[in-house]
Design a binder for this molecule. Structure first.
Ligand code: GLN
Length: 493
């Protein structure tokens, strides 16, 4: 039998169903693995006792005749989701020791489906970053090479899944934070259409962009998780009003005219020429091209499209996201929750000291940029202009989708870089977000799937972007690719 930590979500569900193992045994096994791999820095909090109790409960539910693909399946949550049973930090000193009185909707739904949470996963402070180096609680290491970053901001989620500590994890993606770490760690991640997953209880970074999604080892496992985590929630005013979706069934649905050998027959995949610039690393370009050739073999047709404002998505995002962050993070003032300075003269001094002590440098930088672009006299020049361009970027996608069903390209311009390599130049990291920001600004679903190994033996992901609510089509294409390739099954030593 395969070792339990090498099994994915779907496979574990079947093994639990067949009573080949119990959730308690599985949970125990993974907890021991988490323990021996703590040098990765993936977990910020492990609660073995609670996990074992939840596993025993799942076993009892199964014994009583209950079924469910996720019943008894272990996972862990990005520490940006609030949880009643475990502390929540958002990777920030500001929330050290904070405990939420309630569970985020995504957490509650996965719990109701019977998943067993092993704990909370490291991330960039308030999800601001691309390397997990902005966490107040230390970096996360890439299981493929501990000297390299796992990507961010869902770096702990991606590293934990890649290192086989958990079969799946939750993540959030504001400008690429699910897709880019998935690409950097050889895992599969999907950011659904804005509004598919509830943002209730997800600590807000940039509310008009934030979306939750799963990181797992396959499109199939992502489909199972997304079905459980998504759905309308009246507590989130931007939640999409739709009936519950069975993404797994959508993933399996055959295309008209398809055959076993050509499951993607008739699928038009658009390649934006702006996604293949001269500056794209040769290894990444080669791997993406090879993956596209594979999709062609599976029946897809490749067509040229254009997303002319791709480059502008960087300044647009880095105006809108900090603007929203500066507003969202004003709640951390030392009064209602989290850190409060020990010594202060008066109320204003208390605010100042609390925020100076609680926030890390990148968060402070974004609050200052955001406050600046929203300030009187600059608002029209920056924020308003960025909003107009955001609309045009979304329109560009609709023009592209007139000629194709899905869009494909790289996730990131290079493989994972070394810890500390970017020094203190934040703009370097911002520029590397170029291929994930456009779909975020448009609110479109996007995914990253393992497509090969580039320089230094590091994983490289292929990005697929769908039109609004086309998660089913995305997962279908990704699943077909994974049935024909085994990149997603490789694991680090
Ligand atoms: N790297 C981007 C940023 O730093 C995206 C982060 C995210 O998606 N949470 O803002």
């Amino acid at each position: 039998m395969t070792s339990p930590h090498d099994m994915g979500v779907a496979e574990l569900g079947r093994a639990l169903d067949a009573r080949a193992l119990s959730s308690r045994e599985l949970t125990q096994h993974l907890l021991a693995r988490v323990d021996t791999r703590s040098s990765l820095g993936a977990f910020l909090h492990v609660d073995a006792e609670a996990a074992l109790a939840a596993a025993a409960e799942a076993d009892a539910r199964r014994a009583a005749g209950e079924a469910g693909a996720l019943l008894g399946v272990p996972l862990a949550h990005k520490d940006i989701f609030v949880t009643a049973d475990a502390p929540t930090t958002a990777g920030s000193q500001m929330l050290a020791g904070y405990r939420s009185p309630f569970d985020a909707t995504v957490v509650a739904r996965l719990k109701a489906a019977g998943t067993v949470s092993l704990g909370k996963l490291n991330c960039d402070e308030f999800a601001m970053g691309s390397a997990n180096e902005n966490s107040a609680f230390g970096p996360v290491r890439n299981p493929w090479d501990p000297a390299r970053v796992p990507g961010g901001s869902s770096g702990g989620s991606a590293a934990a899944v890649a290192a086989r500590l958990v079969p799946a994890a939750t993540g959030t993606d504001t400008g690429g934070s699910i897709r880019q770490p998935a690409s950097f760690t050889g895992t599969t991640g999907i950011k659904p259409t804005y509004g598919v997953c509830s943002r209730y209880g997800m600590i807000a970074f940039a509310s008009s962009l934030d979306q939750a999604g799963p990181i797992a080892r396959s499109a199939e496992d992502c489909a199972l998780l997304l079905s459980a985590m998504s759905g309308f929630d009246e507590r989130d005013a931007t939640s999409a009003q739709r009936p519950p979706q069975d993404f797994h069934a959508q993933m399996l649905a055959a295309r008209p005219g398809a055959s076993a050998a050509r499951p993607l027959e008739g699928l038009r995949i658009g390649l934006p020429r702006e996604f293949f610039p001269a500056g794209l690393a040769a290894d990444v370009a080669g791997i993406v091209r090879a993956a596209l050739a594979e999709l062609e073999t599976l029946g897809a047709t490749l067509v040229d499209v254009s997303l002319p404002r791709t480059e502008l998505s960087i300044p647009v995002y880095y105006i809108i996201a900090p603007a929203e962050a500066s507003s969202n993070l004003s709640r951390f003032d030392g009064v209602k929750f989290g850190h409060r300075a020990a010594q202060y003269a008066d109320l204003l001094d208390m605010y100042k000291r609390t925020r100076a002590e609680g926030f890390g440098p990148e968060v402070k930088r974004r609050i200052m940029i955001g406050t600046y672009v929203l300030s009187h006299g600059y608002y029209d020049a920056y924020y308003l202009q960025a909003q107009k361009l955001r609309r045009m970027i979304a329109d560009d996608f609709q023009a592209a989708f007139a000629g194709c069903d899905l869009i494909a390209g790289p996730v990131a311009p290079s493989v994972a870089w070394k810890l500390g390599e970017q020094g203190d130049d934040p703009v370097k990291a911002y520029l590397a977000d170029i291929f994930t920001l456009p779909a975020s600004l448009a609110g479109l679903p996007g995914m990253s799937l393992p497509a090969g190994f580039g320089e230094h033996g590091m994983p490289v992901g292929l990005q697929l972007i769908g039109n609004y609510f086309a998660e089913g089509a995305l997962l279908h294409a990704a699943h077909a690719f994974q049935q024909a390739t085994d990149w997603h099954q490789r694991s680090p030593q």
